[in-house]
Design a protein around this ligand. Sequence first.
Ligand SMILES: Cc1cc2nc3c(=O)[nH]c(=O)nc-3n(C[C@H](O)[C@H](O)[C@H](O)COP(=O)(O)O)c2cc1C
Length: 200
Amino acid sequence: MPFHCVSNYPQGEQTMNIVAIQGSPRKDGKTAQALNMLVEDLVSKGHDVESIAVVDHQIKGCIGCLACHKIRDVPGCVMKDDDAPAIIDRLVAADAVIYASPLYAFDLSAQLKALIDRHNSICKWSRPDPVSLFEGKRVALLVTSGGADTEHVKGIFDLMFGRTLKATVIGEYFLPFSFRPDFGERARMTVDAIAADLTA
Ligand SMILES: Cc1cc2nc3c(=O)[nH]c(=O)nc-3n(C[C@H](O)[C@H](O)[C@H](O)COP(=O)(O)O)c2cc1C
């Protein structure tokens, strides 16, 4: 189940409605640890944050039928037998989305990749009048990894979320060497940077 946090923050401050997608199958792993720090930080600053762990949900791969592109202003995925349409609706409604993943075989986790493929219903690129329901949405990627070779996933956010979905890409943030004892310290610095960039 997703958890939902709202803090009591002085009224009049500019706050955002943010969704944090935890893309690791390990619910208490390094990715969750870093993302939870970020969520707590954002909640303490008054933002309304919903965390969704992909492992808690059934998300099937996109079948590429493009039926969703026949309808313009809503996602309209015809695969109704899993949790992706409800999650996608939630993402479309958010001001900002943070995607977090462990590096698996130099790529995003399969669980998160399945959800990102289902974003096809957000961007109606095959229409004569293409539209993206993510236009201008603030998005960020956080990746934790055992080693430091992250080249394969660097830039995918600019391609997929910036160029295709026309979102505002805040950045791709990498936390390598997640087995080292200073991980928590480095995670703190990285999440501080994400929180500052996302809410700037
Ligand atoms: C199936 C699998 C594949 C992995 N592939 C890579 C990899 O290609 N490169 C890397 O640096 N680390 C790799 N790792 C290590 C993870 O990226 C790293 O431990 C990560 O911080 C785990 O996050 P988690 O605890 O949230 O699952 C892999 C781990 C697993 C279990």
